[in-house]
Design a protein around this ligand. Structure first.
Ligand code: ATP
Ligand code: MG
Length: 301
């Protein structure tokens, strides 16, 4: 209950207020004012990467046509494998940025993909070790936030795919972010993980003086055939989190898993699949919550 009250309180203030000041050495050279969204959940396998990748592709496409950066801060490197047909290798890794002695610009690691409007950071298997090494660094929670100053000025939206834990990498993503998107599949363990994550967000806001908001809790892998379990989790989510729940839900859809295995977004693999319609709807809902809805965003550019 404490997490529920705390996060609701944070939401009252509106979205996207924690603009970091420019650290020495990293300057904003673009004209955009990007919003950073961490896609995080403590439990593994709830659809974080599927959501990050397909939401990014949906926001990069019409009608939104936003400039989108996908940052893969998960050592598993699943963003690159999920889009392996479109992403290109890079020379600078996230580890290079996070463990550097001086502030480095995340843009050094950014590589344009073959998908229009979409760029990515390269997969980095070394991140496991980096998570541990960060533990001894002064100001370790703020490194990604500082490194992102310039990237914010080159992209409309930056989506960060987090690992399935609340370690130093996830902490860096939360501190760098304006909003958190929380995927939750319809299992009791995922439901319990939501409370832990919301408590962590509250801790980040209080102890690290951030103003992180919850973009929403996203129901994923929803299987309407397993009505009893679905209903119990659904009611618990409604009761505990009410308006934090997004209207859009992602159905279980084998095309989403097949697209990931083929290294393609759902829009490249099967654009008429239920999963594609669901991620298009999520992009519209997220863009509206972020104040980046298609019409004004296009008009402003
Ligand atoms: N809506 C869905 N319908 C069917 N399969 C799905 C759906 N969402 C995800 N999957 C499949 O479930 C598996 C886990 O998904 P995903 O990799 O997105 O989870 P994750 O939360 O990123 O996992 P991890 O915690 O390991 O990073 C993958 O095989 C993926 O293809
Ligand atoms: Mg993942």
């Amino acid at each position: 209950m404490a997490a529920k009250r705390g996060v609701r309180g944070l939401l009252r203030g509106g979205f996207g207020r924690n603009r970091p000041s420019e650290p020495q050495g990293v300057r904003a050279t673009g004209r955009l004012n990007g919003r950073v969204i961490a896609v995080a959940a403590q439990k593994g396998g709830v659809g974080k990467t599927t959501t990050t990748v397909n939401l990014a592709c949906a926001l990069a496409r019409a009608p939104h046509d936003l400039k989108v950066l996908l940052v893969d801060i998960d050592p598993q490197g699943h963003v690159a494998s999920s889009l392996r047909d479109s992403v290109k290798p890079g020379r600078v890794s996230l580890t290079d940025i996070l463990l550097a002695d001086r502030p480095r610009d995340l843009m050094e690691a950014v590589v344009p993909s073959a998908i229009e409007n979409l760029s990515t950071t390269p997969p980095d298997k070394q991140l496991n070790e980096t998570d541990a090494l960060l533990a001894s660094r002064v100001g370790r929670e703020y490194i990604l936030q500082s490194a992102m100053v310039n990237a914010r000025s080159h992209f409309d939206v930056i989506l960060v795919d987090c690992p399935p834990n609340l370690g130093n990498l996830t902490l860096n993503a939360l501190v760098a972010a304006d909003e958190v998107l929380v995927p939750c599949d319809m299992s009791i363990l995922a439901f319990e993980g939501v409370a832990d994550l919301l408590a962590t967000i509250e801790t980040v806001n209080v102890r690290l003086r951030q103003q992180l908001d919850v973009l929403g809790i996203l129901r994923t892998r929803v299987d309407r055939r397993t009505t009893q379990i679905n209903e119990a989790i659904e009611q618990a989510l409604e009761f505990n989190y009410g308006d934090l729940l997004l209207d859009t839900e992602i159905p279980i859809n084998s095309a989403l898993a097949k697209a990931q295995a083929a290294g393609l977004s759902i829009f490249q693999y099967q654009p008429r699949a239920r999963g594609a319609r669901a991620y298009s709807a999520l992009a519209a809902e997220a863009a509206e919550r972020l104040g980046l809805s298609a019409a004004p965003a296009v008009a402003n550019r």
